[in-house]
Every structure is written in structure tokens, then in C-alpha cells.
Design a protein around this ligand. Structure first.
Ligand SMILES: [Zn+2]
Length: 314
């Protein structure tokens, strides 16, 4: 866990808690705002971090780069803590969030949990939004999630990238799993980011990346290489995604009885889709054990004994 004043600017705070919770960006000013709220598992900690950083000022706004469960799981708790706070979500997600359609919001198909929250406002590409002391441009960011947005502050050239750009590698390209155009969208988003020429990129997971010293360029190079590799070998993307889904679940619940794990995996529609994309000829349970779990167990990413599967250190 890292926090506190960061090198980007005095009015920007970045909370970084590893992989299960996304990076949270607190924008200080007259209307303090938090961008992305982490996983529900860390919701109480998120509220405490924000309360501490605000020093008595109320949180006025909450915004989301996209509505994956690791980016909006703390929103309900923040709204309970600051009932007057107004909440923004990407425009195509607003209706689903207001109706709390778990299927459209991806929590159903991924078998992930997220606490319900209220959303009042849309983040529309081409518009701007006031967060903290700054006005942020909104840009579309297809690829990882076709509904996602980037937030860019053009004065200091700060980009809040969500999961569109990480320092190393790329996140799962979800639209590709649903039969959409994920790889091409991802490349378009990289081009959008390149054209913005950010001095700082705050990724959805990990520490802020500085252009000075070549960090942003290196991140681009790695992301491009990874997406091109997946484009050439889409079955490998499916396997990577399946491993991510399973590890993420164990990061959340930490341990599951083997029967419960089988039931969870069998009910997670996305894993069925990934099985079909990776090795449809291999029987489901054989695929799950030998293609997905075995490499994770070999690396110590997960552990399995006679009764349980558990999260590992890696
Ligand atoms: Zn995401």
C-alpha cells in the first residue's frame, strides 16, 4: 500500500493497493473527487484513506474509468460515508448502473461481487468533467472494456488511464471474449493516448508512470507487443484471461472448498466462453484442472490441497 503526496502534483493523491483493488486517484480542491474506488473487499480501507486525506472536507464527487468490480467496489461505501457525493460513470454504463443490471455490468458473467451504488451522471467522450481543482477531458478507451473512458488534464498533462495502459503488459481484452473487436480497439486507444502526450500516466493498477525517463514509451512498447502477440495467438489470450479470472476470485475470497470452487467456475459464464476459445476439444473439468489451474499451482500463484484451493503469494 502506498499513498500520500505524489510526484505528479500537490493536489493529486494516488492510492495503490496491488492488483485486487484498482488505483484510486484523489483530486483535491473545492470539490474533492475520487476516480475509481477499488474492490469491495477493501471498501472500508478506501473510506478511511479518503477521509484521512481530506482532513474534514466532504468528498463531493466520484468518477469511474469503467465499472469492473475492482474499480467501483468501494463506491457504495463512499456514498454511505458522504451521502451528498455525486457519481459519474461512462455514459453507456449509466442506465445499467441505475438499474443495477448485474449481467450488463459484468458481475454476473464473471462471478465477481460488487456492492450496489447510485450513479447520477454520465462521462461522455468529447465532454469535460470538473474533478478536484482541475477540468478533465473525457476520451473513449475501447479495448480492455469498450465502455471505458480515459480522463486527461491538459495543463499538467496527467492521464488517468484505467486499465487502458499499464506499466507492464496489458489487462484482459474483454470485448474479444464476447466476439467483439477488442484487439483493434485496444490499438486505437493506445493511439489516442500517444496523441495526448501525457507527462504522467496513472494506470489502473501500479504506480504512476512518468514520460520523463522514458517510462510512458516503454509502457507503450510492452502493451503493443503484448496485444500483437495475442492478436496472432488468440487462444493464448483466452488462457491468460482464464488464469486472471481464477486468480482474481482467489484474491477476493482467499480460499475455497474444492466443490465450491468447481461450482463457482461452472457458473462463471466467462470461463465457459474462454474454454470454448482456448481448447473446446478438451473436456471442461480436464481443461480447468490441467490448462488453467496446473500452471497457477506450479508457479505458487495458487495452492491446492485435498480439500481446498487457496490464494498464493505470487
Ligand atoms: Zn478493468
Amino acid at each position: 500500500m502506498t499513498q500520500g503526496p505524489c510526484a505528479i502534483a500537490d493536489d493529486i493523491r494516488v492510492f495503490n493497493r496491488g492488483w485486487l483493488s484498482s488505483t484510486n486517484v484523489l483530486c483535491l480542491g473545492d470539490d474533492p473527487a475520487l476516480v475509481d474506488t477499488g474492490h469491495v473487499k477493501h471498501a472500508a480501507q478506501t473510506v478511511a484513506l479518503v477521509r484521512d486525506a481530506l482532513g474534514g472536507q466532504p468528498l463531493a464527487r466520484i468518477a469511474h474509468t469503467h465499472l469492473h468490480s475492482d474499480h467501483c467496489g468501494g463506491t457504495g461505501a463512499l456514498q454511505a460515508g458522504w451521502p451528498a457525493a455525486q457519481t459519474w460513470v461512462p455514459e453507456p454504463s449509466l442506465d445499467a448502473a441505475q438499474r443495477w443490471d448485474e449481467r450488463a455490468l459484468s458481475f454476473g458473467p464473471t462471478g465477481q461481487r460488487c456492492e450496489r451504488f447510485q450513479a447520477q451522471h454520465a462521462l461522455r467522450p468529447g465532454d469535460t468533467v470538473r474533478l478536484g481543482a482541475r477540468t478533465w477531458q473525457i476520451h473513449a478507451a475501447p479495448g480492455h472494456d469498450n465502455l471505458a473512458v480515459l480522463l486527461f488534464e491538459p495543463t499538467a498533462r496527467i492521464l488517468i488511464a484505467g486499465d487502458a495502459l499499464w506499466e507492464h503488459g496489458v489487462g484482459v481484452i474483454f470485448p474479444q471474449i464476447d466476439g467483439g473487436e477488442g484487439f483493434a480497439g485496444f490499438e486505437r486507444t493506445l493511439q489516442t493516448i500517444e496523441a495526448l502526450q501525457p507527462e504522467w500516466v496513472v494506470p489502473g493498477h501500479g504506480q504512476p508512470i512518468a514520460r520523463a525517463g522514458g517510462g510512458v514509451e516503454r509502457a507503450f512498447g510492452q502493451a503493443r507487443a503484448r496485444v500483437q502477440h495475442f492478436q496472432a495467438h488468440p487462444a493464448q489470450h483466452a488462457l491468460y484471461a482464464a488464469k486472471v479470472m481464477v486468480k482474481y476470485q482467489l484474491l477476493d475470497v482467499e480460499a475455497m472448498a474444492l466443490d465450491d470452487f468447481q461450482a463457482w467456475a461452472g457458473a462463471a459464464a466467462i470461463l465457459r466462453q474462454l474454454h470454448a476459445l482456448h481448447r473446446p476439444e478438451q473436456p471442461w473439468s480436464d481443461w480447468l484442472q490441467h490448462a488453467v489451474l496446473a500452471p497457477l499451482l506450479d508457479k505458487g500463484t495458487l495452492h491446492q490441497d485435498a480439500t481446498h484451493i487457496r490464494n498464493g503469494a505470487d
